[in-house]
Design a protein around this ligand. Structure first.
Ligand SMILES: N[C@@H](CCC[C@H](N)C(=O)O)C(=O)O
Length: 291
């Protein structure tokens, strides 16, 4: 039964339990992770993040750290104990955690490279908190019909991968968005074999203000249920809205989520178009638990 010193943090209300396991000695089962994330019987969180040195990952995971390019690996699990490839809010909070715990030193203009199951990701501090390059994105062609409880008719969804899988659905008004019951898992047709995070988005009218696209979204996260924010989901929602809006749509987006505001930017890199996410990263308290 390991004793774990943890830190609780959040990014726009998407909250995490973080702990350091530099040597890679702590393997928690899905049931143990879910018990920590439980909001009544545990610490409570949307996700659990273990900080492990890439050099100490087991052989399978080590390939994901891309030959040690990143000193630290973000081992991310959802509230139900399932692993995910990537977490856009979590990786910013992870960067804040590593720096504030003195596990890495990061100058104001330096880049921190973090290993994830989706590959390595680069972060820098900015005026919002941290910016992370989520890398190349792709339409995944899944495009299921999506039915959410208390949304009158099934809607067409756009499947987008930003390191992890998303389906984005447009709703017509903020009233309709508020009425959706996202405590119930939205039904996808066809079903996604690996599951998907589902974002419901309302484009603002006018869509663009001062050159920046404006949307509001809510999300049902795979493995965690409705959360106050999802960073990769915000990126997917902005990408989907730009796709629907056509060629004149901007590359900078302001995404309102129930827990705050995130910034999304699409930009041309040597290997194709990347998408970046900016937002706050806040550490709240520390504690000890026996798992
Ligand atoms: N909240 C995260 C996404 C966490 C993982 C997701 N639930 C999945 O299973 O892919 C974010 O901020 O991106």
């Amino acid at each position: 039964m390991p004793d774990i010193h943890f830190t609780k943090g959040h990014g726009t209300g998407n909250d995490f339990v973080l702990f350091a396991d530099p040597e890679g000695e702590i393997e928690l089962s899905a049931a143990q992770l879910a018990a920590v994330a439980d909001r009544r019987f545990g610490v409570g969180a949307d996700g659990i993040i273990r900080a492990v040195r890439s050099a100490n990952l087991d052989a399978g995971a080590a390939s994901l750290a891309e030959d040690g390019a990143a000193e630290w690996f973000m081992d991310y699990h959802n509230a139900d104990g399932s692993p995910s490839e990537m977490c856009g809010n979590g990786i910013r909070v992870f960067a804040e955690y590593l720096t504030s715990m003195g596990l890495v030193e990061l100058g104001p203009t330096e880049t921190l490279t973090v290993g994830t199951r989706a590959g390595v990701r680069d972060l820098q501090r900015n005026q919002r908190g941290f910016q992370v390059d989520l890398g190349r994105w792709a339409l995944d062609g899944s495009d299921p019909l999506v039915r959410a409880k208390d949304v009158a008719v099934a809607r067409p969804g756009l499947g987008i991968n930003v390191g992890n899988p998303h389906v984005v659905v447009a709703l017509s008004s903020l009233e309709e968005l508020a009425a959706a019951d996202l405590t119930v898992i939205p039904i996808l047709d066809p079903a996604a074999p690996e599951g998907a995070n589902v974002e419901f988005v309302v484009p603002h009218d006018p869509l663009v203000k001062d050159g920046v696209g404006q949307i509001t979204m809510r999300v049902h996260e795979r493995g965690s249920g409705e959360t106050l924010s999802c960073g990769t989901g915000a990126a997917a929602a902005a990408l989907a809205t730009r796709h629907w809006a056509g060629p004149s749509a901007p590359n900078n987006w302001r995404v309102e989520v129930p827990g705050g505001v995130l910034g999304v930017r699409m930009w041309a890199a040597e290997d194709g178009e990347h998408v970046s996410l900016s937002g706050p990263a806040t550490l709240v308290f520390e504690g000890d638990l026996s798992v």
